[in-house]
Write a protein that binds this ligand. Structure first.
Ligand SMILES: [Fe+2]
Length: 285
């Protein structure tokens, strides 16, 4: 009788220990996943892509969230990884910092981002985390780094006599996005690429105004149910803009999982991404 009770007691301890070890392993995995940055490749093929830009690459780098959970050393390594990809254009999607309302993290983040190399240009927009107690901190750091801030404006990017139009809008959540100002100067025949931290902005676009939109903000859900569903997603459109390529009624959107995290500094089946898009010209125009 005494022997049987002891056996049952040992069995419960073994189950409790197994559950504890499993949970600890899960937490370690979730913490580690945030360090495994992958290069996610996409191709964007369209007759609007000028033949001169066929094969040109854009790297989208977004949601670095430098600060408490993403150190300066990691920003430094990130810049090296991106430069090794030899992109033609670099687009920075916003949310450069986390965990501070002053300018110190914006300054230290862009001290490293200043070393990004892209022959056709480096461009940036602001995300919702870039409006602290000093909203001028991020624009100041971006400009000091020699990176072009697309604050409701666009630029023509030239290559071999052809051009495409890259525009950026202010943050949807805390800024004042203005599409008509951003697209001023774009011709109807131009390939128009729009950079917006928040992918929900795609829902406001008129048909045909933008060929491709590049976004982050959702972190791929950050912690998901095996990459299928995220319990918390900062979007008004459910899981639609969680990650990857989204075709909505007006345009094509590529949503990156981003690089860093908000609290808790963990990811699960939503690993950090550097997004690289290769432009492809297809016949038809
Ligand atoms: Fe973010």
């Amino acid at each position: 009788m005494i022997l049987r009770r002891k056996t049952a007691f040992n069995c419960w301890w073994a189950v409790a220990l197994a559950v504890f070890v499993l949970l600890a392993a899960l937490l370690v995995y979730m913490f580690a996943e945030g360090f495994w940055i992958q290069v996610k490749q996409y191709e964007f093929a369209s007759p609007e892509v000028p033949p001169e830009f066929d094969g040109a690459t854009i790297v989208l780098l977004t949601d670095i969230h430098h600060g408490w959970f993403f150190s300066q050393d990691r920003v430094h390594d990130l810049v090296k990884t991106v430069n090794d990809l030899k992109p033609d254009i670099i687009a920075l999607g916003g949310d450069y910092i986390y965990g501070s309302t002053d300018s110190k993290y914006e300054d230290s983040c862009f001290a490293d981002l200043a070393h990004l190399i892209a022959p056709l240009g480096r461009f940036a927009v602001l995300g919702n985390h870039d409006y602290g107690s000093d909203p001028s901190a991020a624009p100041r750091a971006i400009m000091k780094a020699g990176i072009e801030l697309l604050d409701n404006r666009g630029v023509q990017i030239e290559k071999a006599g052809a051009h495409l139009f890259l525009a950026g809008v202010d943050d949807l959540q805390v800024g004042h996005p203005d599409l008509s100002s951003a697209l001023e100067g774009a011709a109807p025949s131009d390939l128009v690429i729009l950079l917006s931290d928040n992918p929900d902005y795609a829902e406001t676009l008129p048909d045909g105004a933008v060929d491709l939109m590049l976004s982050g903000h959702t972190h791929g859900g950050q912690v998901t149910l095996f990459g299928k569903w995220a319990p918390h997603l900062p979007s008004d459109y459910g899981q639609k803009y969680r990650t990857g390529v989204v075709y909505n009624r007006a345009t094509t959107v590529i949503v990156s999982n981003g690089i860093g995290t908000i609290f808790p500094p963990m990811r699960f089946f939503a690993g950090p991404q550097i997004v690289q898009i290769t432009l492809r010209h297809v016949g038809g125009l």
